[in-house]
Design a protein around this ligand. Structure first.
Ligand code: PXL
Length: 276
């Protein structure tokens, strides 16, 4: 069985980061190890959330793992909490990313033109260092613009997106998949790969803001890569599954404001990936 390690926070309520990565990637038939970077009482959209930084634990977990004969087929990172966690992730790559380890980084820190509570533009600059090391980065359009040092624009066009790609490639990024791109009332991804090829895939936009959508995309994409799909097919599967889950969430009258109802849609993920 392939093994992935997911490096991101645990939000005890809110359905995001580890509480999405663990069920989704496990359901895809991949052993999912975790390193929690922080424990939050609830994700940062909940007023009054508590935040326990686990930096010391990240170091001790890594030190212990160095004594084990353990190999990761993929390293997936998401919300990291602070700049020192970025250094820890890069250090983790040094120690555990072998020639055949796929590294996927979601530089979670902003959305809809705004930086999340607890982050600032300095974090945006620092997270760009991951772009130079990870094989795949999956920022949303807001994060991609900040990482590229551009002012976020809601009225973007392909020139703006190509400018982001150019700047991120100059910063060392290899394969860039920009998520949450709106084009002709559709929502999807535009990707630029290290071989110079591009790829885009869109589905009808679902109105509203749904938390954890990026985490669902990144987890599905990472899992699909490990199931042997090429990057374009893995991205397409991730868009299909995310869009399907958003629609299912909206239809579910009891859905919560704070997260998406992926629990109901896992059978479809298994179909998409040919497991059932
Ligand atoms: O969904 C991304 C995410 C992950 N973890 C925490 C968050 C967010 C987005 O707000 O607050 C703690």
């Amino acid at each position: 069985m392939k093994r992935l390690v997911s490096i991101q926070d645990i939000s005890c309520i809110g359905k995001c980061s580890q509480t999405i990565a663990l069920p989704i990637i496990s359901a895809m038939g991949i052993e999912t190890s975790i390193i929690p970077t922080a424990v939050l009482s609830a994700h940062t959209m909940f007023p009054g959330f508590t935040f326990c930084d686990l930096s010391d634990n990240i170091v001790s977990i890594t030190e212990h793992w160095k004594t084990l004969d353990i190999h990761f087929d993929a390293i997936l990172s998401g919300y990291l909490g602070n700049i020192s966690h970025i250094d820890m992730l890069l250090d983790f790559y040094e120690n555990f990313a072998d020639a055949d380890t796929i590294t996927i980084a979601d530089p979670v820190f902003a959305d809809n033109g705004k930086i999340y509570a607890g982050f600032d533009e300095k974090y945006g600059e620092a997270v760009t260092r991951i772009a130079g090391k990870a094989e795949y980065i999956v920022p949303n359009i807001t994060e991609a613009a900040f990482m590229a040092g551009l002012r976020y624009r809601s009225d973007y066009d392909m020139d703006y997106i190509n400018e982001i790609f150019d700047r991120l490639v100059n910063a060392g990024a290899k394969n860039i998949i920009i998520t949450s791109v709106i084009k002709n009332n559709e929502n999807g991804i535009i990707a630029h790969f290290s071989d110079g090829s591009t790829f885009e895939y869109f589905k009808p936009d679902v109105k509203g803001t749904f938390h954890g959508t990026g985490d669902l995309f990144a987890s599905t994409f990472a899992g699909a890569l490990l199931r042997g799909f090429c990057a374009k097919d893995a991205a397409k599967i991730a868009v299909e599954y995310t869009s399907y889950t958003l629609n299912a969430t909206v239809r579910n009258e009891t859905h919560n404001w704070y997260g998406i109802d992926f629990e109901d849609t896992i059978p479809y993920l298994l179909q998409l990936t040919g497991r059932i």
